[in-house]
Design a protein around this ligand. Structure first.
Ligand code: 5AD
Ligand code: SF4
Length: 451
């Protein structure tokens, strides 16, 4: 039941698409209870921080936000401040928050987001702190209500957790082992989102290529108890009314020929593959436990490009992994030049306590990491825009996503994930229209809507 003194909420999301999706569920639960979204954290009666812990500075950001809320908490002592997400799976962090920030009333983890409805009631109804963090998932999947950030597109979890244990990465420890959802429940959720007006879904998992779900007899899979990601994607693409489907993230070691074929054969599967390489050096890839080398990665890229026309390929790079030499780093720069990515997301290596890499005794000094990071940005910048020219003059499908308040222009997204800016009226938002690409800039196009 709703506490009549508390009316509004704000959810602040850090990190990846998974967290963005979880935040939609949190908002859905609160809306169902009668709370409305506040404009900011200060005025909201309930503030929930959905945290990330992939990099160390994410933690600092969270403390900054909580600190800033002190004033509004002192004027509204009923204010509920809650924290959830990956960082809460780390015991030390929870202890630190309990000790340093008494104003935080609710703490829960990634495995008990399904209980949010009860937990928030408990936090509102008592004077005590509510802390509930499970070590692992109970594997029971509950459908939560959703409040979508965009009415026309949404994320759909197909699996949770990760089994890969890349040596730098905290995710397997905070999100647990891989669990794939059943095909039936994924399809049901997509159909219901289409009924609500969604035209594009993004299938979400830390490593979608290792999806292994089960399906009921109503589906005609080879083996109903072992449905693969390409099979799932093929099935999803056939759903009536689904105009576009994307997926994220692919691990290079598991990207199969079948997946490439399924994309090629279904025009509503978006021509975008995010394929994090992390490093261009074989010895670093080995130390990272990535299970591929530079050559096999390049072969996958070749296969994708030669089979899927107009595909956009993006990647993640980490610089300064323990033991990275100048030569290793040069190999990464060479790989970036060689592949000509459509976008590169760059990260300085961040030491995460609990991971294998944090124990390695050959950590790269901070100033060297910073220096390499600068060089990396320069090379990424020099390479950006390499692929845009060949699209200029073409007419392509664009999902119109937003209007820029200042310029009044609309922004849409191509199937290959590039953005396009063009003139048009606001009522086009959420529609897929034809746009002629008239000018290629580094990360986007200028276009003309053909209506
Ligand atoms: N340090 C820096 N970057 C990291 N990532 C994951 N863990 C770390 C870390 N410890 C990056 C990887 C991953 C992306 C989501 O975050 O590049 O692909
Ligand atoms: Fe982390 Fe590697 Fe799993 Fe991605 S695949 S979540 S980088 S452990």
């Amino acid at each position: 039941m709703k506490n009549s003194n508390l009316k509004s909420y704000k959810i602040v999301t850090f990190g990846c698409q998974m967290n963005a999706r979880d935040s939609e569920k949190l908002a859905g639960v609160l809306e169902e209870k009668g709370y409305t979204e506040a404009t900011d954290e200060d005025t909201a009666d309930i503030v929930i921080f959905n945290t990330c812990t992939v990099r160390e500075n994410a933690n600092q950001k969270l403390y900054g936000h909580i600190g800033q809320l002190k004033k509004s908490y002192l004027t509204n002592r009923n204010k509920i401040i809650g924290i959830c997400g990956c960082m809460m799976q780390e015991k030390d962090e929870v202890e630190k928050i309990v000790e340093k920030y008494p104003q935080v009333k609710l703490i829960f983890g990634t495995h008990n987001i399904d209980e949010f409805g009860f937990l928030i009631e408990e936090a509102i109804g008592s004077n005590k702190k509510v802390i509930r963090v499970y070590d692992k998932s109970n594997n029971v999947e509950k459908t939560l209500p959703t409040k979508r950030v965009f009415g026309f597109k949404c994320g759909i979890n197909i699996m949770f957790g990760c089994n890969n244990f890349c040596t730098y990465c905290i995710v397997p420890y905070v999100r647990g082992r891989e669990r794939s959802r059943d095909v039936d429940s994924i399809v049901k959720e997509i159909k219901s989102s289409i009924n609500d007006g969604v035209v594009e879904v993004m299938l979400l998992g830390q490593n979608v290529n290792s999806y292994k779900g089960i399906a009921s007899q109503s589906y005609k899979f080879k083996n109903n108890y072992d449905v693969t990601f390409p099979e799932l994607l093929n099935e999803v693409a056939k759903i009536d009314g689904l105009k576009r489907v994307r997926f994220m993230t692919s691990h290079p070691k598991d990207l199969s020929d079948d997946l490439i074929d399924v994309i090629k054969n279904n025009s509503n599967i978006c021509r975008h593959i995010h394929l994090p390489v992390q490093s261009g050096s074989n010895s670093i890839l080995k130390a990272m436990n990535r299970h591929y080398d530079r050559d096999s990665y390049l072969r996958v890229i070749d296969k994708i490009r030669s089979n899927i026309e107009d595909v956009g390929i993006t990647t993640d790079i980490i610089v300064g992994f323990p033991g990275e030499t100048e030569n290793d780093f040069e190999d990464t720069l060479k790989l970036i030049n060689q592949v000509s990515y459509d976008a590169v997301f760059t990260f300085e290596y961040s030491k995460r306590t609990g991971t294998k890499a944090a124990e390695m005794d050959n950590q790269v000094p901070e100033d060297v990491v910073k220096e390499r990071f600068k060089k990396l940005l320069k090379v990424v910048e020099e390479n950006s825009g390499k692929n845009v020219e060949r699209y200029v003059g073409k007419v392509m499908d664009v999902l119109v996503e937003s209007e820029d308040k200042i310029s009044g222009k609309l922004t849409g997204r191509l199937s290959n994930n590039y953005l396009v800016h063009f003139n048009g009226s606001q009522n086009l938002i959420g529609k897929i229209i034809n746009v002629k690409l008239v000018k290629g800039c580094k990360f986007y196009f200028e276009g003309e809507a053909l209506l």
